[in-house]
Write a protein that binds this ligand. Structure first.
Ligand SMILES: NC(=O)c1ccc[n+]([C@@H]2O[C@H](COP(=O)([O-])OP(=O)(O)OC[C@H]3O[C@@H](n4cnc5c(N)ncnc54)[C@H](OP(=O)(O)O)[C@@H]3O)[C@@H](O)[C@H]2O)c1
Length: 239
């Protein structure tokens, strides 16, 4: 059966590994021409090579606001239009007490998790609205509703991201442009490498975390609903 999104286009941030790579894999397999964004070109190109001819790359450091706007504009020029889907996935996850969080780390976390997504939405939403369809997916977190120690910068960014999504959803209601927040619990990706959760008390072992493909399945489900259905928010946790 042909996928309902075959032939569509997407931009996915943080696409070189983890959840962003799994989302890119799901979209390209469904026939979506997918522009993958991450910082390190080598890893990004290798990730895209694994996904075949529907995968395209645009290296960009999301802490650099001007670079984000340039990347958005180049992708739109290449497509001749705003993408059909934007998946704001890239995220920094510093696990540091508030006292030990440097202003630079706090700022970088806000840049990658909140301000770069805003810049991309701002770049593409007008074109989506004019066309009468589009879908903006935000990858949130359990931390967008729950406070955990050492999550000062992360929880602030994820809560801001959720609030931004909720406002966006209200502003887009009735426009044909959809907005979905997909908020996973702990998911076994390299984001956990500095934490080493298998050997640290208070964290779930990797075997009890979600898989990156579980989150990608949820994204694929949200973007393949009939056009009159908006998946406002999905929260995923390990059973
Ligand atoms: N894993 C979890 O437990 C979990 C749970 C809930 C929510 N999430 C959320 O899910 C999203 C993805 O997480 P993940 O676990 O897949 O992370 P990950 O494995 O660490 O991957 C992060 C991705 O973001 C890119 N990235 C990081 N900094 C960047 C920057 N400055 N500019 C551009 N790209 C950048 C990385 O590539 P480069 O390093 O090459 O830039 C990589 O592609 C995040 O928003 C995270 O908060 C994760």
């Amino acid at each position: 059966m042909t996928s309902p999104i075959a032939g569509r286009t997407a931009v996915v941030t943080g696409a070189s590994r983890g959840i962003g790579f799994a989302v890119s894999a799901a979209l390209t397999a469904a026939g979506v021409r997918t522009w993958m964004i991450a910082r390190r070109p080598d890893a990004l190109h290798e990730a895209a090579r694994r996904l075949g001819s529907n995968a395209f790359t645009r290296p960009c450091d999301l802490t650099d606001g001007e670079a984000v706007s340039r990347a958005a504009s180049e992708i739109e020029d290449a497509l001749g239009a705003a993408p059909d889907m934007l998946v704001n996935n890239a995220g920094l996850f510093p696990l540091v007490s508030i006292e030990a969080t440097s202003p630079e780390l706090f700022s970088d976390t806000m840049q990658v998790n909140v301000i770069a997504p805003f810049r991309l939405v701002r770049a593409f939403v007008g074109g989506m609205r004019a066309r009468g369809h589009g879908h903006i997916v935000t990858i949130g977190s359990v931390a967008d509703r729950h406070a955990f120690p050492e999550n000062g910068a992360y929880a602030a960014s994820k809560t801001a991201q959720r609030a931004f999504h909720e406002v966006l959803r209200q502003e887009l209601r009735g426009s044909g442009v959809r907005a979905s927040l997909i908020s996973p619990g702990p998911t076994d990706t390299q984001i956990w490498d500095p934490v080493d959760p298998d050997n640290r008390e208070g964290f779930p072992p990797r075997s009890l975390m979600l898989r990156d493909t579980d989150v990608a399945d949820a994204v694929l489900w949200a973007v393949t609903r009939p056009v009159h259905v908006n998946v406002d928010e999905l929260r995923l946790g390990h059973s």
